[in-house]
Design a protein around this ligand. Structure first.
Ligand SMILES: *[C@@H]1O[C@H](CO)[C@@H](O)[C@H](O)[C@H]1NC(C)=O
Ligand SMILES: *[C@@H]1O[C@H](CO)[C@@H](O)[C@H](O)[C@H]1NC(C)=O
Ligand SMILES: *[C@@H]1O[C@H](CO)[C@@H](O)[C@H](O)[C@H]1NC(C)=O
Ligand SMILES: *[C@@H]1O[C@H](CO)[C@@H](O)[C@H](O)[C@H]1NC(C)=O
Ligand SMILES: *[C@@H]1O[C@H](CO)[C@@H](O)[C@H](O)[C@H]1NC(C)=O
Ligand SMILES: *[C@@H]1O[C@H](CO)[C@@H](O)[C@H](O)[C@H]1NC(C)=O
Ligand SMILES: *[C@@H]1O[C@H](CO)[C@@H](O)[C@H](O)[C@H]1NC(C)=O
Ligand SMILES: *[C@@H]1O[C@H](CO)[C@@H](O)[C@H](O)[C@H]1NC(C)=O
Ligand SMILES: *[C@@H]1O[C@H](CO)[C@@H](O)[C@H](O)[C@H]1NC(C)=O
Ligand SMILES: *[C@@H]1O[C@H](CO)[C@@H](O)[C@H](O)[C@H]1NC(C)=O
Ligand SMILES: *[C@@H]1O[C@H](CO)[C@@H](O)[C@H](O)[C@H]1NC(C)=O
Ligand SMILES: *[C@@H]1O[C@H](CO)[C@@H](O)[C@H](O)[C@H]1NC(C)=O
Length: 557
């Protein structure tokens, strides 16, 4: 079936000439369908949207209303998440399966109906059930309102760069087999750039992304990390990039040879084609500084000056080493909100709720697993158990017995979190436990990595909000000394943050979006193992501070 996309401008709104903003209605049809795709000398059926891999880009302007009719022609239950869109009062359109809705079954449709308010920049969409996001993902480009320029020089052109991972075999089969063993599934066979591994892999000549540039012109790259389990370094040989936006929030510009981007994050960079006209490799490779196996494979694409023939061998880039912690920490320390009168950083200064969550890996009994045990992950020693009905539905309709609201604000017992590796008694407790937040209260959450089994960095994603990354450090968070070092002026504002290996990250947000909002590690392996929880944000007093009623076509459980 052909990709179909139409953009319909609402006639009704034009009638009201006094209306302050003429918003447009953008409609998309997403057909979830299986298609054979060939990479690394292998053809295999993959789940796609409209037969495209990566899927279609959603183009909208700030203020637009969007209707995406998702029809499921695949054999799996499906749901799509619009990653980073705040979905004010409208969790029904957020998409994580069994958190805000039950999935769309085979043969059924559901229309995600949302308005893009107060956000502009690069975000993305992806399947939010099983490991289907391995192939079901695409970009969301939110242009600023008509007549509002970027706060940086207008680029000549722009290109989406979506980083991902490719498995030669069927991903769901691999994951099911691994879960029977209670072990991690095998790593992907290749990282990809716009779905293509590039010429360092066999049979990839046809499958290399190339972008043609004109000498002297400046380009905007909208870089998205859609990989399942790899934080990535990305670079372009011979050129520096200027970072101008992260997670659809403008930043103070800074120049870097390579960027670091975790699964879930987006980064916009400007790049000037100011080197001698030739062909240059773009490259992406994992950042992994935990004492576990390093994924050393590199995806490449080509940055090609106009008029240069394809026979010219591209210049190889220099990527930071996979374990270059110093590069990673230094890069992250340069990220700052733009914080201008037009784009202020509204950092909560007074905090109503202080939360401290520890990340743990563990091992629980598993009678159905081959070894009798399975690897799990936890927050505050709780391995989250997925419910059978959507949590937002349970919350809205007051269904009892689906979840509890006693997720603890602190770990059950303090210990030397990042001291010597703890390998004994790795058991966790299990449950569907949520944390209740008062409407419009301010929250500070410190996420602390631990050495339960192993230290490792974890990209945490919060649905329904942006947060400010006010502080970060290595070792154990010190509640006496560390807050004094927080950046409360222009900290980076984003929806996904990498908690450093054996360290901590402090985030702040205002709970002004009523509903049920998922928070999880964006490494799919860890999400599956239970490194997740959800917040229930209560309604405010007025109707405008209350969860919207569910749409009529909400998928039934
Ligand atoms: C898709 O590829 C599989 C092998 O992976 C093959 O059995 C099947 O016939 C192919 N289907 C189509 C429609 O080409
Ligand atoms: C969504 O698309 C499906 C398949 O084309 C169609 O049957 C259904 O009527 C559409 N839903 C809406 C609300 O347009
Ligand atoms: C989308 O949501 C808006 C706001 O809730 C509502 O007014 C509109 O009728 C909905 N549109 C569709 C097609 O469901
Ligand atoms: C890139 O930036 C580095 C550090 O600022 C500088 O040393 C180098 O010359 C720059 N390279 C180019 C190609 O502009
Ligand atoms: C990564 O691969 C390169 C080239 O194959 C090799 O030289 C290097 O030692 C590898 N690094 C690691 C950490 O495995
Ligand atoms: C990083 O990896 C390289 C190659 O595998 C190794 O020689 C080096 O000691 C590692 N560095 C650190 C800081 O672990
Ligand atoms: C089986 O479990 C034990 C600990 O209970 C562990 O040491 C071992 O690695 C596991 N083996 C497999 C194949 O899972
Ligand atoms: C759920 O309970 C709240 C508080 O008791 C009430 O205001 C609301 O109307 C109930 N919702 C439904 C759908 O019954
Ligand atoms: C925690 O463990 C580290 C590393 O073993 C050690 O250096 C530190 O002194 C310990 N801290 C406390 C409070 O015991
Ligand atoms: C986690 O809970 C389990 C089960 O209650 C317990 O055995 C274990 O000691 C706890 N671990 C930590 C780190 O709190
Ligand atoms: C939330 O609280 C802030 C600070 O007290 C206040 O300025 C704002 O109006 C409140 N917002 C709502 C929607 O109540
Ligand atoms: C698909 O979703 C429905 C609704 O939640 C559920 O009843 C069914 O078991 C799911 N099917 C599979 C294969 O998980």
């Amino acid at each position: 079936m052909a990709a179909s996309r139409m953009s319909v401008f609402s006639c009704f709104l034009h009638v009201f000439l006094s209306s302050p903003a003429i918003a447009a209605l953008k409609k998309y049809d997403f057909n979830i369908q299986v298609k054979n795709v060939s990479r690394l000398c292998n053809a295999k059926p993959i789940v796609t949207v409209n037969g495209m891999f990566p899927g279609p880009t959603i183009y909208v302007r700030e203020g637009d209303q969007v209707l995406v009719n998702v029809t499921n022609h695949a054999q799996y239950n499906v749901s799509i998440h619009w990653h980073g869109l705040k979905q004010f009062r409208n969790g029904w359109a957020d998409g994580p399966a069994y958190i805000t809705l039950c999935p769309i079954r085979s043969g059924r449709s559901y229309t995600y109906n949302f308005t893009v308010t107060g956000q502009r920049g690069t975000l993305w969409w992806h399947a939010h059930i099983l490991w289907l996001r391995a192939t079901v993902y695409g970009a969301i480009v939110v242009m600023p309102k008509e007549g509002t320029p970027f706060p940086f020089p207008q680029p000549y052109q722009e290109t989406n760069i979506i980083l991902g991972e490719w498995w030669n075999q069927d991903v769901e089969t691999i994951v099911n087999q691994a879960n029977k063993l209670g072990l991690p599934p095998q790593p992907s066979d290749a990282p990809t750039i716009n779905g293509k591994p590039g010429p360092l892999f066999p049979c990839s000549e046809k499958h290399t992304f190339a972008m043609e540039v004109e000498s002297g012109k400046t380009y905007l790259l909208r870089i998205i990390n859609a990989a399942l389990n790899d934080e990535l370094f990305f670079t372009i040989a011979g050129h520096n990039m200027t970072v101008v936006e992260i997670d659809a929030v403008y930043t103070k510009p800074f120049t870097s040879q390579a960027i670091l981007i975790t699964p879930g994050q987006t980064t916009n960079v400007l790049i000037k084609a100011d080197q001698s006209p030739s062909r240059y490799f773009m490259a992406a490779r994992a950042f992994m500084d935990a004492p576990i196996t390093v994924d050393n494979k590199t995806a490449t694409a080509i940055f090609q000056y106009k008029g240069i023939p394809n026979t010219v061998l591209p210049t190889l880039p220099q990527l930071p080493a996979p374990n270059d912690t110093k590069y990673a920490l230094n890069y992250n320390s340069k990220l700052r909100s733009l914080n201008t009168p037009q784009f202020p950083a509204k950092v909560p200064l007074q905090i109503d709720r202080h939360l401290f969550y520890t990340i743990g890996l563990g091992m629980n009994p598993c009678p159905t697993c081959q070894n009798g045990t399975q690897l799990v992950a936890s927050l505050n020693n709780i391995t989250f158990v997925m419910p059978k009905v959507g949590l937002l539905q349970a919350h809205y309709f007051n269904l009892s017995g689906v979840f509890r609201t006693d997720f603890p604000d602190q770990p059950p017992a303090p210990f030397n979190y990042t001291g010597a590796s703890l390998t004994a008694n790795l058991a966790t407790t299990t449950g569907t436990r949520l944390s209740k937040l008062r409407f419009n209260s301010t929250v500070e959450l410190v996420i602390q990595d631990t050495n339960l089994l192993s230290v490792e960095s974890h990209p945490f994603h919060l649905h329904g909000f942006n947060f400010f990354v006010v502080g970060s450090g290595i070792g154990n968070f010190d509640p006496e000394k560390d807050p004094a070092k927080f950046n409360l002026v222009d900290p980076p504002e984003r929806n996904t943050v990498g908690v450093p290996t054996g360290g901590w990250t402090a985030i702040r947000f205002r709970a002004d979006n009523p509903g049920v909002w998922f928070m999880h590690c964006h490494l799919e392996l860890h999400t599956m193992w239970g490194l997740k929880m959800a917040f229930v944000v209560e309604n405010g007093k007025s109707a405008e501070e209350t969860v919207l009623p569910p749409p009529k076509d909400l998928p039934p459980c």
